[in-house]
Write a protein that binds this ligand. Structure first.
Ligand SMILES: [Zn+2]
Length: 179
């Protein structure tokens, strides 16, 4: 996890204007880059991800074991970043299908929790949107960026088993509402 410790927010990494290449003069602004030379403005917007709590008839929840950093070898709810022009619902269903082969017909919104996603030296601010869905059986296979699929009772997992605190929060919200 040493690479994650070296991650910086985007604001600290923009040292030159992406438009005119002038050096950044002012102190780094965490919200936006403003170029004193040409007036170029760039907002460090929060990225959006969509994940899904997939519940089997026996109450077990579908987790994936991550094949890559961040959170390599830890468990996570299947999910990923929302593409441009895509709805969050579609992104959640697409990511579940791409990572586990499971096709969902409908998802309900569960809640949202902020996250920091450390990737190749950049600490991206993300809002993680969580949905939930039920499936008829426990057919799932490890596919894209996944080493294993695990059906587990959320209350039997330790927080440290999961790759992201936001996923722990989503599971707490699930239990608060009742599966
Ligand atoms: Zn500029």
């Amino acid at each position: 996890m040493a690479t994650e410790l070296l991650c910086s927010p985007p604001s600290a990494l923009f040292r030159h204007c992406p438009s005119c290449a002038a050096p950044r003069r002012a102190e780094a602004d965490a919200v936006r880059f403003i170029c004193d030379a040409c007036g170029f403005v760039y907002y460090y917007n929060v990225a959006v991800s969509a994940s899904c709590v997939v519940v089997a008839p026996d109450g077990l929840v579908l987790f994936i074991r991550r094949a890559r950093e961040p959170g390599k070898d830890k468990l996570a709810l299947p999910g990923g970043f929302v593409d441009r022009g895509e709805t969050a619902e579609h992104a959640a269903m697409r990511e579940v299908r791409e990572e586990t082969g499971v096709t969902l017909l409908v998802v309900d919104f569960l809640g949202s929790f902020p996250n920091l996603y450390a990737y190749r030296g950049v600490e991206y601010p993300v809002i993680d949107l969580f949905f939930r869905s039920r499936v008829e059986g426990r057919a799932a296979i490890p596919l894209e960026d996944v080493t294993e699929v695990v059906w587990a009772a959320p209350h039997l997992l330790q927080d440290c088993d999961l790759a992201f605190p936001s996923h722990v929060q989503a599971l707490h919200e699930l239990q608060r509402r009742g599966v």
